[in-house]
Design a protein. Structure first.
Length: 338
């Protein structure tokens, strides 16, 4: 199983420290660095900086959404970054959610899975330098234009971050990799894997062709209470606040894990602006289900156990309580691939 890392899309750490952190991961043998995007740094600019300051680690968007850029522009950018990184780029795509797409970009958040399907198909045409004549349900490209530059590779790995049943099936059908959040190893086999298999069967390919790469929060600490408390606000935000009562994919995921009452309660509290109560309602059981917390050696052993349920690679969202940069760097070294 391959170990990767992700980097924050905010600026609570100086940019030079983030670059140094990724350079250290590069030297330590981590496989991929994933760069997220919401309404902080844009992912492609940061990916470019990291591609220019590292040697061997792969560079991936983890993720960019399919609403704020056209498929052709995503293909152009992927080809450019692949050339800049000397063939190390991975394109991670997702739909994001209502708040980011409508509240930030001002674009209607609708038909996300269909839009991802058409985006993947168009991006692959662009990278192959084929004439893009495409008639989809969303995109209509009839002039037959093609990319005038020459990408280093005519096929770049595409990973999807999906949670809904139709989105998970799409990953199984078309993607090279799947980037789940709030990944529960004990629920993977019965709750998630059937959807991936459905998509793979639709494409007539074995599921083994899909790399399963959870974005895995890891808190290195001997103080488990402090570790759990550091993760509760993030869980409460997504379970409670990322969407409406009628449409919150993260909330639905937790309900599929069997936390029906808890997910509803947390959402009600959060949407009623009782955020502190929503955070307090995140139980230790919920934290431990999707988060690895403990001393470095224990965290490393638990990461390795993910391979037993079919995980191919991991994007480690590494932290320490208090986010001390030197302690975080020490944790990065302690968890490094053997």
């Amino acid at each position: 199983m391959k170990l990767g890392i992700n980097v924050p899309y905010a600026d609570y750490l100086p940019r030079e420290m983030v670059v140094a952190y990724v350079q250290e991961a590069d030297k330590l043998g981590y496989d991929t660095v994933w760069v997220a995007e919401a309404y902080g740094w844009d992912a492609f600019t940061i990916c470019t900086q990291l591609a220019c300051t590292t040697q061997r680690i792969k560079i991936g968007t983890g993720i960019v959404n399919v609403f704020s850029r056209t498929p052709a522009l995503l293909g152009q950018t992927a080809g450019s970054l692949d050339l800049i990184s000397d063939g190390r780029f991975i394109l991670g795509l997702g739909t994001s959610g209502h708040q980011v797409i409508e509240g930030w970009h001002g674009v209607k958040f609708e038909r996300g899975v269909r839009r991802m399907r058409e985006t993947i198909e168009i991006v692959r045409l662009v990278l192959k330098r084929e004439r893009v004549s495409y008639e989809g349900e969303i995109f209509h490209l009839g002039m037959g234009l093609k990319l005038i530059t020459h990408p280093l590779r005519d096929s770049i790995p595409i990973y999807l971050a999906t949670l809904t049943p139709s989105g998970v099936a799409l990953a199984g059908e078309l993607a090279d990799g799947w980037l789940p959040v709030f990944f529960s190893p004990q629920h993977y086999e019965k709750v998630i894997r059937p959807g991936l298999e459905k998509g793979a069967q639709r494409a007539g390919r074995p599921l083994s062709e899909l790399s399963v790469c959870p974005i895995q929060p890891v808190v290195v600490t001997s103080d488990r209470k402090a570790g759990r408390d550091s993760t509760r606000p993030h869980l409460a935000l997504y379970i409670g606040g990322m969407g409406s009562r009628e449409k919150n994919y993260y909330n639905q995921l937790w309900r599929s894990y069997g936390f029906e009452d808890e997910a509803k309660h947390i959402q009600d509290l959060y949407l009623d602006r009782r955020k502190d109560e929503a955070i307090a309602a995140i139980s230790d059981e919920m934290v431990d289900l999707v988060t690895i917390i403990g001393p470095a050696q224990e965290c490393k052993e638990r990461l390795e156990e993910l391979a037993k349920v079919g995980v191919s690679e991991v994007s480690v969202a590494l932290s320490v309580p208090g986010n001390d940069p030197l302690e975080t760097l020490a944790a990065l070294r302690a968890l490094a691939p053997s």
